[in-house]
Ligand binder design. Structure first.
Ligand SMILES: C[S@@+](CC[C@H](N)C(=O)[O-])C[C@H]1O[C@@H](n2cnc3c(N)ncnc32)[C@H](O)[C@@H]1O
Length: 449
């Protein structure tokens, strides 16, 4: 039987951080599962969420703060480090929580796991209280200071400065550690934005309309996947930037669409909602992984658009063997990418990526887009999108593609509302522009014969 302590948000946070670090789970998915399984109050859910995201977001900063107090970091057990991270995070960023409460909880968590470690945790925290934390402003190298303060690896800060300049990089780094907003796409195949907004408000979940997408609603925090509206398919959880993809594709109800990197189907189901079965519209969706195709099919059923979608396992690098002799009005390549635009929502990504990944991914992206191009009807449109913010995976892919494919020309990216960022020849959204994920969209029209 679980004790009261094991349901405390801090205990749950330490456990979850341990799982993310050791089993490679994504924090947002693991957190949603945990919240669904445990009957926490709204306040405890908010604290748990804050602790988990806050600690992962600020891991490099927290390591810097703890460094002078831990003599043998290599001998520190992972969960002891995570317990200390959670404690120091509260001391620095959640200033309303008194130190004595933080120390007591940190020691109790240590005791519950291994009695011997409780003394060590308490000693470290008391030493921090006596001596104070080291000062970030005293880091001599400006690059290292920016990296540690924003908790972003130095190679990535350097790359962003190189590609975007100091001012834009600082603006991005300032916003990526803010709590991510929750956003949902209303499923216009079955309901309307106004209706869902009213129904959510009645559940004490007020939302605001998205500034980017006419089918998006946003709110700061809250567990939106638990409502019966979600289960019935009235909406799905999706970042506002992702909602721009289907809207940009100039879809018509009768279109035949190929979605080659489709799972778990966020964009496939959005595309399907814009097609009409009666008019003959259809999406053929592929993904490399069978378990992801199952997820896509589940989502399609929940969102009541399964009859417009056929989903199969298939490799987008070999489309001729999966869709021989077929050509489509619209082809979407929502490419596998580094995910560096998701630093706020999936903060663990920034530590996992290595510089060499970007060029390896570029090769894969080029292979896929080159194959996808062969499946576009004359006069049709090929859409390339990613959730990353580095040139290698975005404009460099498009530039190389266009060199080899003069039959394609970029179109302005159509959006529901006028945006403050350029939409031609492609749309690059950074996390500081609208508080969304970082995203890239390019629409390429194939010449009519
Ligand atoms: C960015 S995600 C797609 C997200 C999806 N479009 C959505 O909106 O929900 C990229 C997808 O590409 C898939 N993928 C990776 N390599 C692939 C390949 N060679 N062929 C097909 N799919 C692939 C991954 O499994 C992953 O699901």
């Amino acid at each position: 039987m679980k004790t009261k302590r094991q349901y405390s948000p801090r205990y749950l946070a330490v456990n979850l951080l341990h799982r993310v670090a050791t089993a490679g789970s994504y924090a947002n998915i693991a957190l949603d599962q945990l919240i669904a399984q445990t009957a926490l109050t709204g306040r405890d859910t908010a604290l748990l969420t804050n602790l988990v995201y806050g600690v992962i977001q600020r891991q490099l900063t927290l390591d810097f703060y703890l460094q002078p107090f831990i003599k043998k970091p290599n001998r520190l057990q992972d969960w002891v480090k995570q317990d200390l991270w959670v404690a120091v995070y509260q001391m620095v960023y959640l200033t309303k929580i008194p130190d004595r409460a933080i120390f007591y909880e940190a020691a109790e968590i240590a005791k519950a796991k291994n009695r011997g470690a409780a003394g060590f945790v308490t000693a470290v925290l008391h030493q921090i209280q006596r001596q104070g934390l080291p000062d970030l402003n005293k880091i001599k190298s400006p690059l290292q200071r920016l990296s540690v303060s924003a908790s972003v690896p130095q190679w990535l800060v350097e790359k962003l400065i190189d590609q975007l300049g100091q001012v834009k990089t600082s603006a991005i780094l300032k916003t990526i550690n803010q709590p991510p907003a929750a956003s949902l796409r209303v499923n216009t195949a079955v309901t309307s934005v106004e209706k869902v907004q009213t129904q959510l408000a009645a559940l004490d979940l007020p939302t605001k309309v998205s500034a980017l997408s006419s089918v998006g609603l946003v709110r700061q925090g809250g567990f939106l996947a638990g409502t019966s509206l979600f289960k019935e398919g009235a909406y799905t959880l999706q970042d506002e930037s992702s909602m721009l993809v289907a809207s940009s594709m100039r879809l018509q109800p009768h279109h035949q669409v190929l979605d080659v990197c489709a799972a778990p189907g966020g964009k496939t189901t959005h595309i399907a909602a814009l097609l009409s079965k009666a008019a003959g519209g259809h999406v053929t969706a592929f993904d490399l992984y069978p378990h992801k195709i199952k997820l896509l099919q589940q989502n399609a059923r929940r969102l009541q658009v399964a009859d417009l979608i056929s989903a199969h396992v298939g490799d987008a690098r070999h489309l001729d063997s999966v869709v021989p002799d077929q050509h489509f009005d619209r082809v979407l390549v929502d490419a596998p990418c580094s995910g560096l635009g998701l630093m706020r929502r999936k903060p663990e990504i920034k530590y996992a990526r290595q510089p060499a990944d970007l060029m390896n991914l570029q090769q894969l992206q080029l292979e896929i887009i080159n194959q996808a191009a062969l499946k576009v009807k004359p006069g049709g449109i090929l859409t390339y999108s990613t959730c990353t913010i580095v040139n290698e995976e975005n404009q460099a892919v498009i530039a190389q593609f266009l060199q080899q494919h003069p039959e394609f020309t970029p179109l302005p990216v159509q959006t529901d509302h006028p945006l403050k960022v350029a939409t031609t020849p492609y749309l690059k959204l950074y996390p500081d522009d609208y508080g969304t994920d970082g995203f890239f969209i390019c629409n390429l029209k194939r010449k009519s014969r």
